[in-house]
Design a protein around this ligand. Structure first.
Ligand code: ZN
Ligand code: ZN
Length: 687
């Protein structure tokens, strides 16, 4: 297979809570297995994730815990990160949507969509809670469902009958936070993305995409057949990304719109130099996400990408179904489920979890976590099948052949066995390539099953001398297993390969006989242990515990609050007159070499120019408003190299947006633009 460039994403978890194992099997783990497979197969792979931090839910949770939204997100980001690291989720970058790179990327993304005419304006009548003094997002307003009379329906959707709602449709609406009905509907202008105008193109992409599973495709087509409508992309909130458009300075982007752009900004944060290669041209984009996110990744985000016009569309959207728990739905409030924050201290290594959870990846239908099945899978498959085969082969080699791969010539029997294994190995890779991760794992276990049978049927213990070809064949199968298990059980597979004294890091040699006669093997160690009833009982109690973070980690929260906050860029300077900045703040500035490619007078100000600055490879051309009219003629500025601060929040100066700041030396009435004193490539960083 020719080597490809692949970008893999896992849905961005929201930071007002902590994941349970359903979240792990619903995106992080399958994305990780697939990313590891891609790397092993030699594809140029980047695996991206991050936390989704903005929006009302965060604002409200922060209010409840007496923290700022930023503090709340810092706290939860840390917990999320610890959990994914513990599971061995091999993100190349795990970012945050509150980061500056995401703000910038979102604003640029929006501007392109706006320029192409896919944004419209509409007046909305939105609920405002007079007691909480905030606009209420749809799901923070509750009332009686007009369809089924359920008394606790949320403003976005009725949980009972599943109908989509709007706050204005609810009877007896009240605020979900303070529970009062002091609600007023207020009119305000909002921006909409014209999904109606994009519908034909989205439909064409969905229909022509051969990778989408039927559940995913049908769900997307269902949305399209119902008719796509313009969808609101702005909200009146404080905690979010400011909308860079005149008249909208007080609004932020609706989280649904900016969160998926987080995939782009996380890639950009991973490498400012290379990120575009993965989003444009010959690169395949794979999204992994849960059922509830399918519409966002097959309709809304592709629609946004089409509207923007600068990015590839997803190659595959791997939409996963749900994981249930012991016959019911996971419920954090009832302590019903396996909550990940408990796992690191529960005493069972990540590979046991990864093994069982890999069986539970809900690829085509909902699956169910059961402690009994957990115990059985570990004891029968991991211990008696896989662990046993590797252990008996290693032990036999050490006790009968002094730990050296025996000298042997393969006969018909061994050749036919190795052929069979090679076929299964090939099939495993085909299944992985098709993102059938459960089936691929089952195929790997069949290799181990066949190998155990081969060992058993040939009874090498009866005549070790004559059995050398049998054992050499088995050692090679151990190697195949060690390699194929790498995406699923990273720690155990490295143990297997270490015992075999094999250090291959990729799958190039998967089909070759790698354990040669005469090779010295390393010490053998037991790979897996049985899970006894007692341990299962302990795990069950421990892992379904619901952590009171703000009680148990209170000290951490307090320490975090004591640390002085580094000021936001927005507090830094967006004004024309500011002339001093503390060093701590200065360090955060991204300063680059640019070139003025266009200059014109500001229509509403005598002293200002509107300039266009080329930043070369660093990004698109920037518009800057600069007070240079008394100091430079227009033609003097054209083609001039300049030094520019690129990561300031956009400012609107006398009605025109400014996206950066040129640096100049100023003395009394004299102003001189700074320039690098050698010829520098455009976009070069200034330190
Ligand atoms: Zn209802
Ligand atoms: Zn309220």
């Amino acid at each position: 297979m020719p080597k490809e460039r692949r970008l893999i994403t896992s849905a961005l978890p929201y930071t007002n809570n902590v994941p349970h194992v359903g979240n792990i099997v619903g995106s992080h783990l399958p994305a990780d297995i697939f990313a590891r497979y891609c790397r092993l197969s030699g594809h140029d792979t980047v695996f991206i994730g991050g936390t989704d931090e903005h929006g009302t839910a965060t604002e409200i949770a922060a209010q409840i815990h007496n923290l700022t939204p930023k503090e709340l997100c810092d706290f939860f980001y840390k917990i999320h990160k610890e959990i994914y690291d513990w599971f061995g989720i091999s993100y190349d970058n795990f970012s945050r949507t509150s980061k500056d790179v995401h703000h910038r990327t979102t604003q640029e993304f929006f501007k392109a969509v706006y320029k192409k005419g896919f944004i419209s304006e509409e007046e909305l009548d939105l609920p405002f809670c007079l007691k909480c003094e905030r606009q209420l997002a749809d799901r923070y307003i509750i009332g009686t469902c007009p369809y089924c009379s359920h008394g606790n329906a949320r403003g976005d959707q009725c949980e009972k009958c599943g109908n989509l709602l709007e706050p204005a449709k609810l009877k007896n609406p009240h605020c979900a936070v303070c529970r009062t009905n002091n609600i007023e509907f207020r009119k305000s202008k909002h921006l909409f993305i014209r999904l109606d105008k994009l519908s034909t193109k989205i439909e064409k992409w969905v229909k022509s995409n051969k990778q989408l599973r039927s559940q995913v495709k049908n769900l997307a087509l269902g949305w399209i057949n119902e008719g796509l409508k313009p969808r609101c992309i702005t909200r009146d909130l404080k905690w979010g990304i400011p909308v860079p458009l005149k008249g909208y300075e007080e609004k932020v982007f609706y989280v649904w719109f900016e969160a998926p752009i987080g995939y782009i900004s996380s890639t950009r944060e991973w490498s400012e130099k290379k990120w575009k290669q993965y989003w444009t041209g010959k690169s395949k984009l794979y999204h992994f996400l849960g059922k509830d996110n399918i519409a966002f990744h097959t309709i809304f985000f592709p629609g946004m990408l089409i509207a923007n016009g600068n990015y590839n569309l997803p190659y595959n959207v791997v939409g996963l179904q749900y994981l249930n728990y012991e016959g019911g739905k996971v419920s954090k409030s009832q302590g019903f489920g396996v909550f990940c924050e408990n796992l690191p201290s529960a005493g069972l290594e990540p590979d046991y979890w990864r093994f069982y959870l890999s069986f539970l990846i809900p690829e085509t239908r909902d699956t169910e976590f059961s402690w009994k099945e957990f115990q059985e899978r570990i004891n029968t498959e991991l211990v008696s099948n896989l662990g046993n085969f590797i252990n008996r082969t290693m032990t036999f080699t050490h006790s009968k052949y002094q730990g050296i791969a025996p000298k042997a010539i393969f006969g018909k029997k061994e050749k036919s066995f190795l052929n069979k294994i090679a076929k299964r190995s090939k099939n495993t890779r085909k299944l992985l390539e098709d993102v059938k991760l459960r089936e691929a794992l089952e195929e790997i276990l069949m290799i181990s099953h066949d190998s155990n049978k081969f060992f058993q049927d040939n009874e090498p213990w009866k005549n070790p001398e004559k059995s050398k070809p049998i054992i050499l064949a088995c050692l090679n199968t151990c190697k195949t297993l060690g390699l194929l298990l790498m995406p699923y059980l990273p720690a155990s597979s490295s143990k297997i390969l270490k015992m075999l004294n094999a250090d291959d890091k990729d799958w190039k040699k998967l089909d070759a006989l790698a354990i040669k006669q005469g090779m010295k093997l390393n010490k053998s160690e037991l790979l897996f242990r049985n899970l006894e009833d007692k341990e299962i009982e302990h795990l069950k109690n421990k892992c379904s515990k619901v952590t009171e973070y703000f009680v148990e980690r209170k000290k951490e929260v307090e320490e975090m609050k004591k640390k002085p906050e580094v000021p936001n860029k927005e507090e830094l300077d967006t004004c024309e007159a500011c002339d001093t900045v503390p060093f701590e703040q200065f360090k955060q500035l991204d300063i680059r070499v640019g070139k003025i490619i266009k200059a014109q007078p500001h229509p509403n100000a005598d002293k200002l120019y509107v300039l266009l600055v080329d930043l070369g490879h660093y990004g698109e051309d920037r518009q800057v408003v600069a007070g240079l009219r008394q100091h430079y003629k227009m033609e003097e500025l054209m083609g001039k190299n300049v030094v520019m601060v690129t990561n300031l929040q956009p400012a609107v100066i006398r009605g025109i947006e400014s996206n950066g700041m040129l640096l100049a030396s100023v003395n009394k009435n004299k102003v001189s633009l700074l320039q690098p004193d050698k010829d520098m490539v455009l976009g070069a960083k200034v330190r």
